[in-house]
Design a protein around this ligand. Structure first.
Ligand code: NAP
Length: 795
């Protein structure tokens, strides 16, 4: 497995990291010195550890396991998973204790949903090698009797965890389910380490590390593989996750260990966080990068420890985007806590995780892009940017206690309904461990969202392009357009957001437009301290939300011919074009050739201005082919390009085809949807019992917030789940006749609508409009809420 980089994000994180680093370099690093007595170092570390942020509600209980002292660390809620985490703290075998690592151990226990035992193994110089290893082995053996054990450790504790796994392998004993090694010190000789740590290192110095090694090892050479497992034969170890920062003395050692494990055939993953120091995960709660790293540790631990068990859950949710999150909150609020959320990305966010291109913003006002049950008074702009939305989602997940239910980096490969048993058998695959497992669930909630499968354009020669190619939904955040010749294919909502920042950076930017789109002004503004203060008052927040709801509902009228709303929108699009594009020829190229609203309307104040810049060219000649160093248009001109950005949207029509979903009688969803996706109210599909789609077919909206469509869908799915339980039945499924009738009515309504007048992602290959809901939000809500269980069959 490869080395993954996780650059920290956000201005707040940079400021906090700078402050923390300076504090550690001032208060901690000087104390970790051979000149300071060990007793004082221990006292000082204990004192400083009290300032770290231990999550509220965590419980710590002193205990002895296998005769070894330590403490049980348990999440606020009872552990949701079997198996145990054994944690071995760092401190170069001379200082540190479970108490000094509580901010990390408590977060790890919470994020994994596993009980964690932090061992207080014996320290040097009082107890020399192999005392620490003996204690770790004794604690492990006792824990192993209760079930699988994942062993984690930082720094010296990381090296100790590795030594423990080697000792178990050599003794032929049951191995740990996985190893989590945080900045592991795996070669006590420090061979190959830089003579001085990188300037950003906030903890370790070479002198202190070597002094500790001498105190611990006594006469044993530092090259002894039992003390320096990097020098051992590493074959036959369980899956390993290594995490390290670039600003640390042991960065190089982490990479060496990764290479050595890989060479030995051990499944290993190495995660590097740029600009972070030794065991930065201790600063969870303050640094988002630390929280993210801990979440990934938890994911690795949970997916490894039970790779081969069949795990039974009441509900499995696929996708941790807005709709998956809403479903999870709904389950938690109704007390149905027996669920897991499976997400292939390494973090929460769904589309907001995927779409990290510069300028990514929501295009409805943020007060309406928050759940009705979780208003957010902290929005900083009316049209929030992607990272802000991700933070909001993280807050919601934490607030409703969802973290232990989330499994990142896991894909669902198939889901087969077992009619006799009334359960879905769902196969998953973990990216981290490359292992598969089976979940058995009564209900399968599919909340992947329609815009999850990026689509590359089918253009001759695209595979021959020799420069860099990026899709907007698979952005590389380290990409810098400065000095580059960039080509953007596409002029939809995404392109309109990423073109302005790219235009500012790139030496030259060519925007390839196939169809000009309708662009309306974006009524954006910052939310000031007063706005945020007022937003804490529930009546004010509710009034703002209601106001935007009403405004956007009014905007729905803009899709109907002859309305005042439509005339107003068309006029303001013209004015915007006229005010922002001085060049009449360019203005003409930007005139949309289709009726307003047929494709998604773009809201932007800077797109037109960006296109008018001297370093930007709007290319309207069709693309003939891509060549290794550019694009040739139909007029024969070659546009030289270093970087090709595809803002070409998503494969909405086949968005679930990569999953093998089988309903009653083994019917495949891909077959049922051969003429394009269809469902009843976008929620349920005849023949697929206990299967709930979130934002399914015909629920996309061209005028308002998708969240307004998600919430009623979730409420209905919950009601149906409860009804199933109340009746003691095994399954519930919409009747085929009901689904046919609702789709026929929908298609009749869509037939003569504005959406049938052009090509867009709302339509399938044969022209059927399968993605969009034609009505007002209140109509949809009424239709979903007003359903009758007589429309459903039970089995
Ligand atoms: P899109 O609307 O499907 O636009 C794709 C663009 O790529 C179109 O301009 C399309 O041209 C062009 N294109 C595709 N294949 C091409 C080819 N072979 N040659 C030349 N041009 C090609 O995709 P998107 O912009 O990513 O937006 C998708 C949806 O995501 C939006 O409608 C919106 O719902 C959502 N979105 C929301 C936000 C937000 O909330 N802030 C932001 C971005 C996206 P044609 O028009 O000629 O087909």
């Amino acid at each position: 497995m490869t080395i993954e980089h996780y650059p920290p994000r956000g201005g707040l994180e940079s400021v906090l990291a700078a402050l923390l680093r300076a504090t550690l370099q001032l208060l901690l690093k000087p104390m970790f010195s051979a000149r300071v007595p060990i007793g004082f170092q221990r006292f000082w570390l204990r004192l400083l550890a009290r300032t770290t942020l231990v999550p509220r509600g965590s419980s710590f209980e002193a205990a002895r396991v296998g005769g070894v002292g330590g403490e049980w660390v348990r999440p606020r809620e009872a552990p949701t998973r079997s198996g145990t985490l054994l944690y071995l703290h760092g401190g170069a075998f001379c200082v540190g204790s479970p108490a000094t690592h509580r901010s990390l151990t408590a977060r790890l226990a919470r994020a994994s949903g596993m009980a964690l035992f932090a061992a207080d193994y014996r320290l040097a110089p009082e107890h020399r090698f192999p005392a620490a290893l003996d204690d770790a082995l004794a604690a492990y053996r006792a824990l192993r009797e209760r079930g699988p054990v994942v062993v984690a450790g930082d720094s010296a504790g990381g090296g100790l965890a590795l030594a423990l796994a080697l000792a178990l392998r050599d003794a032929g004993e049951a191995p740990p389910a996985a190893l989590l090694l945080l900045s592991p010190w795996a070669d006590m000789a420090l061979e190959g380490a830089p003579p001085t740590p990188p300037p950003g290192e906030a903890m370790l110095s070479v002198g202190w590390a070597l002094a500790c090694a001498r105190l611990y090892l006594g006469d044993v050479p530092a090259t002894d593989p039992r003390a320096s497992p990097l020098r051992a034969d590493l074959h036959g170890l369980p899956p390993v996750l290594i995490q390290a920062g670039t600003d640390e003395l042991l960065h190089g050692q982490a990479l060496q260990l990764h290479a050595a494990l890989q060479a030995a055939g051990v499944p290993v993953r190495c995660e590097i966080t740029p600009r972070r120091w030794h065991v930065f995960q201790l600063h969870g709660g303050a640094l988002a990068s630390a929280d993210d790293a801990i979440t990934r540790l938890a994911l690795f631990a949970t997916s490894a420890h039970a790779a081969d068990e069949v795990e039974t859950r009441e509900v499995v949710i696929l996708g941790a985007g807005m709709s998956g999150l809403c479903g999870a909150v709904g389950l938690a609020r109704t007390g149905m806590r027996d669920f897991v959320v499976i997400e292939q990305s390494p973090g929460l966010g769904g589309t907001w995780w995927d779409n990290r291109y510069p300028g990514a913003q929501v295009d409805v006002p943020a007060p309406l892009y928050s759940f009705s049950f979780a208003p957010n008074p902290r929005w900083r702009r009316r049209f929030a940017a992607a990272p802000e939305i991700q933070h909001y989602m993280q807050d919601v997940a934490a607030r409703f206690g969802l973290l232990p239910h989330l499994r990142f980096g896991v894909r669902i490969t198939s889901a087969v309904f077992d009619e006799a048993d009334g359960h879905w058998l769902i196969r998953t695959r973990s990216d981290a461990t490359n292992s598969g497992r089976t979940l058995r669930a009564r209900h399968f909630v599919c909340s992947t969202g329609p815009l999850s499968r990026p689509r590359l354009p089918e253009i001759a020669g695209i595979e021959t392009f020799a420069g860099r190619m990026l899709h907007s939904a698979r952005w590389d955040e380290s990409f810098n357009a400065a000095g580059q010749r960039v080509g953007v294919i596409g002029t939809g909502s995404t392109a309109s957001q990423l073109v302005p920042p790219l235009a500012e950076q790139a030496a030259a930017l060519a925007v390839f437009q196939r169809t000009a789109n309708w662009v309306l002004p974006r009524m954006d503004r910052p939310y000031y301290a007063l706005d945020r203060w007022l937003a804490h008052l529930p009546p004010y927040a509710a009034a703002v939300r209601l106001f935007w709801y009403a405004v956007l509902e009014w905007g729905r009228r803009g899709f109907d011919n002859g309305t005042l709303a439509r005339r107003g929108m068309m006029r303001s699009a013209e004015v915007l074009r006229f005010m922002n594009v001085g060049d009449a020829a360019l203005r003409e190229k930007l005139r949309p050739p289709y009726p307003l609203g047929c494709k998604r309307i773009i809201y932007s104040n800077d797109y037109y201005r960006a296109l008018s810049r001297p370093n930007v060219e709007l290319v309207t000649e069709g693309i003939a082919r891509v060549v290794p160093h550019g694009i040739v248009t139909e007029d024969g001109r070659e546009h030289a390009i270093d970087v090709l950005v595809c803002a070409t949207g998503f494969d909405v029509e086949h968005s679930l085809n990569h999953l093998d979903i089988r309903g009653r009688g083994g019917q495949r969803l891909a077959d049922a949807w051969q003429g394009g996706p269809q469902a009843h109210l976008g929620l349920t599909v005849a023949g697929f019992p206990n299967f709930w789609l979130m934002l399914g077919p015909n629920t996309a909206t061209g005028h308002t917030s998708t969240l307004l469509f998600i919430e009623p869908g979730v409420q209905w799915a919950l009601r149906a789940m409860q009804e199933l339980r109340r009746r003691g039945a095994r399954w519930i499924c919409v009747k085929p006749t009901v689904m046919q009738a609702s789709n026929a009515a929908l298609q009749a309504r869509l037939g003569g609508s504005v959406w049938s007048t052009c090509r867009s992602w709302y339509r399938s290959g044969d022209g059927r409009i399968f993605a969009l809901y034609p009505g007002f939000t209140r109509e949809y809500v009424r239709a979903v809420r007003g359903q009758d269980f007589a429309d459903y069959e039970f089995g």
